[in-house]
Design a protein around this ligand. Structure first.
Ligand code: ZN
Length: 224
């Protein structure tokens, strides 16, 4: 399980949630399945991938680059080099996915926390292979109880099905994003969660937290 946030510095709700997740996961009272989850999955939580941008409320890093387009480009950044190195250091997966065809499946599921200043509601990108079980719909259904869902038919040129944009076996979409890197190199399904920046802070934080909790619950009830 890989939870990352703050690669765009002006999307702070995800950073808040990743830090809260670390705090909650260390509290066994709140997470009754924690022992199972720790025994079954590798965990990496990266709460703030663009600290320069986070401190200055900018999307880009110190030299004006959008880090979520810089994975595996010739001119890699220090930040993306660090992220890639961190991913490579995750030990081999404990829970073996029979579809993977390889033991090199370090990450069962990745959640990348973002915000969208143009959206009126929550939505997510679900990047997966055909053999990965879709879980985006179930997560959106949970978030719907705390936050509006963006149900526009098109978001950023992609078909949006009631809050879920599926990128199925689709390698290119927006350049070398983290999701694309994980799909190509780690065979990892990745959910990119987007909360609407125009809504109030508590709603955005709650929406991310509910989405993360829903994903964790799914890992427990029916391991991917
Ligand atoms: Zn973003």
């Amino acid at each position: 399980m890989y939870v990352s946030a703050g690669i765009h510095g002006d999307e702070p709700a995800g950073v808040e949630c990743a830090i809260r997740l670390i705090q909650q996961l260390s509290d066994n009272q709140q997470y009754k399945y924690w022992d199972f989850l720790l025994d079954t999955y590798n965990w990496m939580i990266s709460p703030c991938d663009n600290p320069y941008g986070y401190e200055r409320d900018t999307r880009e890093n110190a030299v004006g680059l959008d880090l979520n387009r810089m994975f595996e480009t010739p001119e890699q950044t220090k930040e993306t080099e660090f992220i890639v190195e961190s991913i490579r250091r995750i030990p081999q997966q404990k829970h073996i996915n029979s579809h993977a065809g390889s033991n090199r499946l370090a990450i069962t599921l990745a959640l990348d926390l973002h915000e969208d200043m143009d959206s009126a509601g929550f939505y997510l990108w679900e990047r997966r292979r055909t053999y990965h079980k879709p879980i985006g719909d179930a997560i959106v259904a949970k978030v719907n109880s705390v936050c509006n869902i963006n149900r526009s038919s098109i978001i950023e040129g992609h078909h949006n099905d009631n809050g879920v944009i599926t990128l199925l076996d689709q390698i290119t979409s927006k350049g070398w994003t983290r999701g694309r890197y994980l799909a190509e190199h780690e065979n990892t399904p990745c959910l990119i969660l987007e909360t609407p920046t125009r809504l109030d802070w508590n709603t955005r934080v709650k929406a991310h937290m509910v989405a993360i909790q829903a994903a964790i619950d799914m890992l427990y009830v029916n391991p991917l």
